[in-house]
Ligand binder design. Sequence first.
Ligand code: SAM
Length: 302
Amino acid sequence: MKNHVREFYDTIGWSRVGDGLYQNARYEDLRPVSQEYIHNCHLRVKRHLAPTGKYLLDAGSGPIQYPEYLTYSEGYRYRVCADISITALREARKKIGGHGLYVVADIANLPFKTGVFDGVVSLHTIHHLPLEEHPRAYAGLHRVLAAGRAAVVVNGWSRSPLMDPFRALSRLRKRAWLFARKVLRGRGTGDGGPGTRDRGPGTGDRGLNTEHRKLNTVLRPPSPKNTFVEKHDPAWFKRTIAPQIPAEILVWRAASVHFLKNYIHEHRGGRRILRLLYRLEERFPRWFGEKGTYPLIVIRKA
Ligand SMILES: C[S@@+](CC[C@H](N)C(=O)[O-])C[C@H]1O[C@@H](n2cnc3c(N)ncnc32)[C@H](O)[C@@H]1O
């Protein structure tokens, strides 16, 4: 599985698709209407890190894809970029040169001394490990952290009570549209009616088996356009990770990319809606951290 992930990022995920963007950016909403919200969410990471230090670990650094990411290591002597993909590290080196140290490494088996990092970030990476390796990855990030310092981990939950209804609504709208189209074409409902299988992006039960349903986890198997992902929910995190290491669940970003792209529009007050959402997230970070799409998990070392 890890070979697939590495190959995917080496050959597809970190290939340039124009305008300085990587193929991986297709998972983000890059429209101006969402820019301010996304920018402010990125900056949340830095608040929890020690402002200065010798080494900051970026575990699963990728190419240090967004400008805000550069700010996390501003007060550090070195940013240690660790990634399973050599392409990611080559691209990262183009951005930060001598400020970086570049290590091909597996986040579930970090090859670093205990307590050597003054700060750690790991963004959107642990979900590429099979679920049984997530505890080892979290434990490793905690192990390499220096005493009194903090690590920040961001990954999406397997479900979001706040965002999932919008996905269901999109599915419903699509089915209604397909149904209307069939009726208008005079072909009756047939098997293209409301019960039509929805092939919309990410809306199917791909990769879900009974075990995943029971645990509220989601597994996305590799495909030509995607690679392996396995996610869990807050209950799994509290049961499995929180008893092992001191971790707090806050919000990174409640809004999913699907919600942004489908429900936030310039001409329908999109900016105002996102400003309000951001303010609410700031006021109730724990609630939005558990109910939204992406938590920001702060790990502190005593
Ligand atoms: C979705 S990208 C995120 C990159 C970056 N952190 C960001 O937020 O833009 C995931 C990155 O994790 C790396 N990765 C995946 N599995 C890994 C593993 N087991 N160990 C280290 N890096 C891994 C991939 O090569 C890729 O660069």
